[in-house]
Design a protein around this ligand. Sequence first.
Ligand SMILES: Nc1ncnc2c1ncn2[C@@H]1O[C@H](COP(=O)(O)OP(=O)(O)OP(=O)(O)O)[C@@H](O)[C@H]1O
Ligand SMILES: [Mg+2]
Length: 366
Amino acid sequence: MKLNFLEFFRDVGNFFKGGTVLGVDIGTVSIKAVEITRDGEVFSLANYGILGTKKYLYFPNQAIQTSSLKISEKETSEILRVLMKEMRPKTNLVVCSIPAFTSFTTVLDMPLLSPDEMARSIIFQAQQYIPMPIKEVSVEWFPMEQYDGGQGQKFQRVFLVGIPNDVIARYKKIYKDAGLKIVGMEIEQFALLRALGKFFSEAPTLLVDIGAQSTDIAVVEKGTIRQIEQTDYSGIYLTQALARSLDISMIRAEELKCRRGLSSLGADSELSTLLLPFLDVIIQETRHAKDVYERRYGKKIEKFMLVGGGANLTGIEKHFAAQTGLTASHHSAFMGMRYPERLEPAVKSLENEFALALGLARRYFS
Ligand SMILES: Nc1ncnc2c1ncn2[C@@H]1O[C@H](COP(=O)(O)OP(=O)(O)OP(=O)(O)O)[C@@H](O)[C@H]1O
Ligand SMILES: [Mg+2]
């Protein structure tokens, strides 16, 4: 059987390792884009843009996409087109992301094989793990490590990713209709790791991306992704909780959440008391991902790193650390990057939101 390789994982990159590219992150409620140029060893942020829909606050079904994979190509293309009109980038080349929830990921343990044998063995195993006909899926794998399987036999562990072909086709259409050309496509967590990689130690760390409709929990160890779990408990869930408890509109609840967060001072402490049980549901999901990993590999996770808009919640990191007993690792996605002064606000306050887009763009130069 023919195996569909994810051509985009391989084709990306440009010969001169210079030039300009866009990194575009289509999230569930907003699209974020960065325009990055590379000149020798210098990376510069030429521009950035974020365009969201607030409709989801009134009609949750009208998010740009939901984890049930509902994505309106037409509307998304339209938002993308408007965003590009505002940004007026100097290129139409894009590296884009695919959310983990559209794809299948698993870890395979297999004897160390030659590359050809390996491809065959992976087709065979992929069929067992991916609940779709294998010819409708594009797969790629990433080596994790080799180990001694006993009796002198060498084993290897690989991270397997399968993306349904129709998901890829839909993203291609969205970008094409917006006048953009995809030169690379990547599962979100891999792009995040590229952007934030230097802020991880070797030790197993939870990378928690708290978005609007999805929280993705990856485990990163020794510079590679080891596991990806996903839950729908995320930013909107907290907003809904506030709206219901206080009997206020979603718009007002969203505004309160973003402005006050978990501040424990004075009148705001009531808000914090209301939010905490719901935040704890998200934390419980990350604890579950941690347990799965620790049981599987017999290793302890000791750190966590938060990213995504939800990571902006005032006081979240402290509470997360207290609830899990883990130590926070910080990141600064724009560190080392040049940018014009007018982009300072983004660089200072939007690192959680733009880390992914940045990692995508950098893919082009690596
Ligand atoms: N200061 C803040 N305090 C609390 N929450 C915030 C703050 N700023 C943004 N958020 C939340 O972050 C969420 C949006 O995050 P992000 O931009 O990462 O989402 P997304 O990428 O569109 O969604 P997803 O990753 O689920 O597809 C919203 O739920 C918003 O309420
Ligand atoms: Mg996101």
